[in-house]
Design a protein around this ligand. Structure first.
Ligand SMILES: [Cu+2]
Length: 445
């Protein structure tokens, strides 16, 4: 069963809460111009859906700009939703196992473009098997059939036969087009309750194993990517770019750098970057032996970059239950899930990771954290600090300190452990960082 015997370091997170300076959290939410059928949640995955069993999506390649933490504005390419404006990354397509998924690609770019669906089998392009493309000299020009430049279209279809987490991305000159932003996430949810499953709702399982159940309000996406600004500048002005010189200067999570990463989905000041990356979880209930007895959350990790990203939330190990869209199990369905702290996500990979946070040491005012708090002159108090190291407590703050803490909740950092990536062209402690917010057991008013 899913349980973790790992100790977590309560003190570390308490001090981290005090270290972070950031001034715009949970700002008023503005919906983007996407063709969503429902108002997106402030946090968590924003799915783009269409009716099962034959969901049809239209993705349009567009150019646009995103905002970066150092104040830079970056030229990008992207898949937008239907006729909606440019967005980055592409829409999160959520479908059900067994669906016949149709994706119509309209290409407004000045070069041919395409979509590959890694992990999906028997993909059709305009009704016939999708095939790599070659020029007259036998040179590979695309990993799959393309939509021609300046207005061409193509229709891909496939049966989403295996529940899990997948990327979709350009198969045409991918070292340019994927790097420019032609990628997004595809989530395939189980169509039925696994044998032995507790919940009767299929979408509450990551895959077709009964032990892949998670709490649906604690489901999050961590889509990692990177940008070399000189490559993007070259694309903007139509100049060549020598990939020997490729050197990313920005690294993003869900298309944003920290601190924008923890702003709400659809934050008004990020009109082309609709997806936040804040994880919001409740303290897990535990039994007398500290084994969690409430449903865990789940993070869906994906990498559209070309480097390994050792991403980790502080506060507990994750339990890796799936990779590249497949459950971790043996030939006889043996459970091969394993605990891991840093999730080492390779280029093109996806990882499904169950996660829980629980108050293992039961710290409270009656059971205080066993450290001597430094004197006030040696403390740096951040804007999320509650004034107390204990979950659910708010105490007096030092004079002149304001707080955005709402109810004594915790904020635990979650970031790429390749620390050189926590940068926006040299502006440190930005990039692929987000938080896991832990609300007290009774919630936050
Ligand atoms: Cu860390």
């Amino acid at each position: 069963m899913r349980k973790s015997n790992l100790k977590w370091i309560g003190l570390g997170l308490v001090l981290l809460i005090g270290l972070v300076v950031f001034s715009a959290f949970r700002a008023s939410q503005t919906q983007t111009a996407e063709a969503q059928t429902t108002t997106p949640p402030a946090v968590g995955i924003v799915c783009t859906t269409d009716a099962s069993p034959s969901p049809t999506f239209t993705l349009t390649t567009k150019t646009g700009y995103i905002n970066l933490p150092d104040g830079n504005v970056m030229f990008m390419w992207g898949y937008s939703n239907g006729s909606a404006g440019f967005q980055h990354p592409g829409p999160v397509l959520c479908v059900n196992e067994g669906d016949t998924v149709t994706v119509i690609l309209h290409n407004t770019l000045a070069e041919p473009a395409s979509i590959t669906f890694p992990g999906q089998e028997n993909v059709l392009a305009n009704g016939t098997p999708a095939q790599p493309q070659f020029d007259g000299g036998g040179k590979l020009t695309s990993l799959t059939n393309v939509a021609s430049k300046n207005g061409g279209s193509i229709t891909y279809s496939f049966v989403a036969s295996n529940p899990g987490t997948y990327l979709y991305q350009s198969g045409t000159n991918p070292r340019k087009q994927v790097s420019m932003g032609l990628f997004g996430a595809l989530i395939v949810r189980p169509s039925s309750v696994p044998v032995g499953g507790v919940s009767s709702i299929p979408s509450e399982y990551a895959n077709n194993r009964a032990d892949s159940q998670f709490n649906p309000v604690e489901e999050f996406m961590v889509l990692l990517s990177e940008i070399d600004p000189y490559q993007h500048q070259a694309a903007e002005v139509g100049a060549p770019f020598n990939l020997n010189n490729y050197q990313p200067r920005y690294w993003l999570v869900n298309g944003r750098g920290f601190p924008d990463s923890i702003a709400d989905n659809g934050a008004s000041w990020l009109p082309t970057q609709p997806y936040g990356a804040l994880a919001l979880v409740k303290e897990a209930k535990v039994d007398g032996a500290n084994n969690p007895i409430s449903m865990p959350g789940m993070a869906r990790y994906l990498s559209a970059g070309v480097e390994d990203y050792p991403f980790h939330p502080h506060g507990n190990n994750g339990l890796v239950i799936g990779r590249d869209g497949y459950p971790l199990e043996g030939p006889a369905a043996e459970d091969l899930s394993f605990e891991k702290f840093a999730i080492n996500i390779g280029p093109g990979q996806t990882w499904d990771v169950i996660f829980q946070w629980y108050d293992a040491e039961h710290y409270s005012a009656a059971n205080p954290v066993p450290v001597t708090i430094p004197s006030i002159v040696n403390q740096e108090v951040g804007v999320f600090y509650s004034g107390s190291p204990y979950l659910g407590s708010q105490e007096a703050l030092p004079a002149g300190v304001a707080t955005l803490n709402q109810c004594g909740e915790y904020y635990i950092i979650s970031h790429n452990h390749a620390l050189f990536t926590l940068s926006s062209w040299g502006v440190n402690m930005t990039g692929p960082i987000t938080y896991m917010r832990i609300d007290p057991p009774n919630g936050c008013p």
